[in-house]
Design a protein around this ligand. Structure first.
Ligand code: DC
Length: 252
């Protein structure tokens, strides 16, 4: 089999452009794995990017990897329900995540697909390709390589349950579906034809993500739950930072 097609943790760390406000004030602090899971629109990406900047960690958006594979399947005509063909496609695919201040830049076989993978057909496709166990196995193994050295904030659906069950910090971020749908709509109002359509699509995707047989979206038993329905970003961040700092003390 060929080399791992995703940049390793060290390569990611080397390309990490994120400034940190306390990396150098705590040089001996152990580099933790921070797992953030939750449904679409719960605020995972914003929180992950904020924590990564604060601690000088690498931010890895695992959803972008499923999105990139879905895009390649769409472009090459591989059916989204063919698990084996998708697994084989993944093995011939190079997905790179380059951390940036505002999230990950995503390269698919060297081409920048950062914007394209946020479009509706890919969003829907990513949820479909992610139900297949061979695809998940391939993704999980790449993600473990990327996070192995620690100092990462990894966000997705199965990070605390499957990718890093021993992560020092596990946060499950949730919010009322209406509120999540509205946030999604406000993020890209022009790309969406109708607010109700955004809500309906999100509910369908949520259902698929939560009920699939392999690694469904559920909180790890030891995850700290944060419900962001009535919280501002600052309030969510404050809670998350408290959790991280208590774990840092426990590890010191
Ligand atoms: O986080 P996102 O919306 O970019 O994720 C896109 C899809 O990928 C989502 O519908 C479910 C899937 N996914 C997953 O199954 N496991 C992950 N760790 C991340 C995403």
């Amino acid at each position: 089999m060929s080399n791992p097609p995703v940049a390793s943790g060290q390569e990611l760390a080397a390309s990490n452009q994120q400034p940190s406000d306390n990396l150098f004030t705590h040089p001996h602090m152990k580099k933790l794995i921070i797992a953030i899971d939750g449904p679409a629109g719960s605020g995972k990406s914003t929180l992950a990017s904020l924590l990564a900047r604060k601690y000088g960690y690498v931010n890895i958006e695992t959803g972008a990897m499923y999105r990139a594979l879905a895009l390649k399947a769409i472009e090459t005509g591989v059916p989204l329900d063919d698990a084996e063909a998708l697994h084989e496609l993944a093995q011939r695919t190079k997905i790179e995540l380059q951390p940036r201040l505002d999230g990950n830049r995503v390269l698919l076989d060297g081409a920048d697909v950062t914007e394209r993978i946020r479009q509706q057909d890919v969003t829907d496709g990513a949820s479909k390709v992610s139900v297949h166990p061979p695809v998940r196995e391939w993704m999980v193994s790449r993600q473990r390589e990327m996070g192995a050295v620690g100092g990462v904030v990894m966000e997705g659906r199965d990070i605390g349950t499957k990718v890093f069950p021993n992560a020092e910090v596990k946060i499950f971020l949730d919010a009322d579906p209406e509120v999540r749908g509205n946030r999604r709509f406000l993020q890209a109002p022009l790309a969406s034809l109708h607010q109700n359509a955004v809500l309906a699509e999100m509910r369908e995707r949520d259902k698929r993500d939560r009920t699939r047989a392999d690694s469904p979206l559920v909180p790890a038993p030891d995850a700290v739950l944060i419900d962001s329905t009535f919280l501002t970003l600052e309030q969510v961040a404050e809670k998350a930072i408290e959790i991280v700092e208590s774990r840092q003390k426990a590890q010191a």
